[in-house]
Design a protein around this ligand. Sequence first.
Ligand code: ATR
Length: 269
Amino acid sequence: MIQLKKKFAVLGHPISHSLSPRIHQHFATQFGIHLDYQRIDVESTNFKKILSGLKQEGYEGLNITLPLKNLAYEICDELSSKADYTKSVNTISIKNNKLIGDTTDGLGLVTDLLTKNVSLENKKILVIGAGGASNGVMCDLISQRPQSIFLTNRTITKSHDMSEYWSSLAKDNNVLLDILNLKEDITFDLIINATSSSLGNDSAIFPENLNGYFWYDMMYGKQTPFLLKAEQNKAKFSDGLGMLVEQAAAAFNIWHHQKPDTKSIYQIL
Ligand code: ATR
């Protein structure tokens, strides 16, 4: 009997280097699931039209990456509470012709950190960046109940807006949320780079003299100025490949109700 393949895809721009098809195919083989997982290059202007086409074609789920996560949040018919809070969608399930949006980026980050034995509870964390990527992981960071989360950004007013937005969730979880004060000399347990500074042509702008035990760049696949700084400071560091894998595992679980083993994928990637 021929088994029909379930149709999934990752949408974004640029998309040609996305590792998501390989990751999801690898997970699917663990459960004998037959997947057709495509990369589809989509820009913001034609996103809505493409989504309705994919619905017609019987796609069951979509991963959404840059620059479409916020637009996906606006377009989805239903949202998980986390997607609603973060205003970001990276995982869409298509059911009964409805687009149901969720976000697994924050869970991906936290799972990867915990796998690397970087605990967050009662720790001091610095988050650099105040765009979609940093806001997208705040729910999960706060829910780990660190002692404090400090925010900083090239455009500092955006950190203030971000701090205001997350203040009540932080307060409910007993987490001190503050803006980095450059005059204070704090050694952070964890410094997270959530900026897109290594994507563009501008030079990366970070606060001088950062001190931290563990430096995590949400980007992966290149030696970023941030990771170089970590190396110069003789700190431990990691790029965001594990976050990519873990957010994919969480998306896989939403679609297929199965938790894949993530350790074996690294040899393949
Ligand atoms: P994303 O969804 O990837 O977060 P974004 O919403 O455009 O994208 O946000 C990009 C973030 O990276 C912002 O915090 C941005 O700082 P500004 O608010 O000052 O623009 C930050 N960023 C981009 N280029 C940077 C650079 N060269 N140095 C430092 N921060 C940078």
